[in-house]
Design a protein around this ligand. Structure first.
Ligand code: TYM
Length: 334
């Protein structure tokens, strides 16, 4: 609790170009929850270097992502929007939690297996302990709730296990966080292969709608989206392409799948795809315009970065001091 409010933590990696999967699965829920909670939204740059990065590119993307959080509507005076690397407590707590996490647990993480397969030439220890750093992010602020897409559920479960294990030894040190998964948009699939998650790292640009895509590109990508030969707009598992487009449409228009089925009853996929594309354009356009405006205001963004790093550090240190004491590190002489 901070000032009588429950705490929310979430983060995104500044790798690749954000997709509407990130927006609908995570950011949109962050916006919904931001009044109710004391929120920490991090640009998780420590996580990003588990895969080789070009330094200049990473710095640029990290700043763009931080700016995008604000452009999407998160008020940086109310929400703590900051770079993970500006708060050393993340790495410090992560080390301690590493000593309370089993190799067997980490070995079971599907994201590790996927990434190890994809980056076979660089299966580094950071990639393996990635979920522990994530646990540190969350536990450092005594977070109650963590809004994420479905793909992060396993990491949330291990975070809870680590916290419970630590608490069982040392008493009630950490708040046990709950995941928050939105009703719609929690798993947006690729437009080219609806059995696969839409991902920043997909090599086929037609598979994903990027947050910065212009309206023509968005409409074209939806036109090319893979569907089926059924010819009916139905919300059924057997039609994964259409199912995914309905999910996207519902998340962007606040409609329910049944309403969408009715709206397009007897109509072809062409009309439906146009409507989905238009709903996405109308959600992304204001964000893109605000981003373009904010990006130019260097002094304002710099001010936010400084102020919020201080705020995050303050709360991080509170938890860290408590943990250090519990595990038996000698007190600092001041
Ligand atoms: P990242 O950067 O891959 O994704 C950011 C958020 O977007 C969600 N997401 C999706 N949701 C729906 N459909 C999709 N196709 C889709 N793709 C991505 C993700 O679930 C996530 O919520 N490890 C995390 C970042 C992280 C974090 C944290 C998150 C680091 N520490 C602590 C929460 C709490 C990641 O790589 O997310």
């Amino acid at each position: 609790m901070i000032d009588g409010k429950k705490v929310l933590f979430s983060g995104m990696q500044a790798t690749g170009t954000l997709t509407i999967g990130n927006y609908l699965g995570a950011l949109q829920n962050w916006l919904k929850l931001s009044d109710e909670y004391e929120c920490f939204y991090s640009v998780v740059d420590l996580h990003s270097i588990t895969v080789r990065q070009d330094p200049a590119e990473l710095r640029k993307r990290a700043r763009a992502l931080l700016t995008l959080y604000i452009a999407a509507g998160l008020d940086p005076k109310k929400n703590c929007i900051y770079y993970q690397s500006h708060v050393s407590g993340h790495a410090e707590l992560s080390w301690i939690l590493n000593c309370f996490t089993y190799m067997g647990e980490l070995n079971r993480m599907t994201q590790f297996k996927d990434k190890a397969a994809k980056h076979a030439d660089n299966i580094n220890a950071g990639l393996f302990t990635y979920p522990v750093l994530m646990a540190a992010d969350i536990l450092l602020y005594q977070s109650d709730v963590v809004p994420v897409g479905i793909d992060q559920m396993q990491h949330l479960e291990i975070t809870r296990d680590i916290a419970q294990r630590f608490n069982a030894i040392y008493g009630d040190v950490f708040t046990i966080p709950e995941p928050y998964i939105g009703k719609v948009g929690a798993k947006i699939m690729s437009l080219q292969d609806p059995e696969k998650k839409m991902s920043k790292s997909d090599e086929n640009p037609n598979a994903s709608i990027y947050l910065m895509d212009d309206p023509d590109t968005i409409m074209r990508k939806f036109k090319r989206a893979v569907t089926d030969s059924e010819g009916a707009v139905r919300y059924r598992e057997e039609q994964p392409g259409i199912h995914n487009l309905i999910d996207i449409y519902c998340a962007c228009s606040n409609k329910k799948p049944e309403e969408v089925e009715k709206e397009f009853d007897g109509k072809g996929y062409g009309d439906f795809k146009t409507a989905v594309g238009e709903s996405v354009v109308s959600v992304l356009k204001p964000v893109q315009e605000e981003f373009a405006r904010l990006e130019k205001d260097k002094a304002y963004i710099d001010g936010i970065i400084k102020e919020n790093a201080e705020k995050a550090n303050y709360f991080a240190q509170k938890t860290l001091r408590k943990v250090q004491k519990k595990v038996g590190f000698p007190e600092k002489i001041r």
